[in-house]
Write a protein that binds this ligand. Sequence first.
Ligand code: MG
Length: 362
Amino acid sequence: MNRRSFFQSAASVPLVGTLRAAAGPAFESRIVRLHLQHTWTTTMSSSEYRDTLQATYSRDGIAGHGEGAPIVRYQEDARSAQKAAESVRDLVLSADPLQFAKLMGEVFRRVDGEWAAKAAIDIALMDWVGQKLGIPLYTYFGLDPKDTPLTTFSIGIDTPETTRQKTREAAEYPILKVKVGLATDEPTIEAVRSVTKKPLRVDANEGWKDKEEAVRKINWLETQGVEFIEQPLPADMIEETRWIRSRVHIPIIADEACRHAADIPKLRDAFDGVNVKLDKAGGMLEAYRMIEIAKALGMKTMLGCMVSSSVSVTAAAHLSPLVDYADLDGNLLIANDPFHGVRVEKGKLVLPNRPGLGLTPA
Ligand code: MG
């Protein structure tokens, strides 16, 4: 093999194969392009791939993996996420990883925004900590893996014909989540309903701008067997959402309106529950805090995800015994997942019984 072909073949080695756990502390961040199985359309965007930030923290021969999906709506992209992660490299390398709460507190103080970067660092540290302690992360959080909820499988916005096709392909999932919020809401739901009688959950992604229209649509959705509606109006229309809530029967869940723990108290009267995502929260520790705060306020809790690999989805799944609803299918939507982690059996999340996140290379 000549020098040139050696480097070409070295470059084609899958990323996970190159990640040997270093003895001394090491931190690596990288942008990973995840390819979608179907073009993914919501009210916000349409795309064939997503670039996420993945991070690896290595020490004592143990490698912890983390990931965060930058969210365009919050002015994040993969490059800004990587820049933010690299800005705290020295802090991460010099800190005691078993003092992860102190370390993440400092990361949160030093980095403005860039929640995907924080999530990637937090998850990598927690994966490392779980492996170091020799326990799965659900055990670290005191949870029973048998308590995981069913996850929905999401159907993005598409033509009625493709929507029917996607609904048929989702036959193994007992609950579907359907994206609406464009002019085609009723044909979309009718297309799904022409194929299945399963319970549906609907996400409008802030797509309706008018409170009367939202009430009409939500009450129609209830007649179609929809269990709850996520983020019917734009995030800042909290008063209008409160008005809607008094005129509909199914729960209203906040997603875009609920990014961090401090958002939750003001949502209490307008929403029945909150959708917590590690990418919005900045990792597992803040997501755990958000779930506990929402429960303390008597609200329903849900764990959601972005389009992600099994790294981020498995991290969320380790917290899922805590929540009422799960929408953790981001890894099922991609074609090049670098890891195996949480599995789905007839819709139920099945956590790996291995230390840390319990990931294995795909
Ligand atoms: Mg949502």
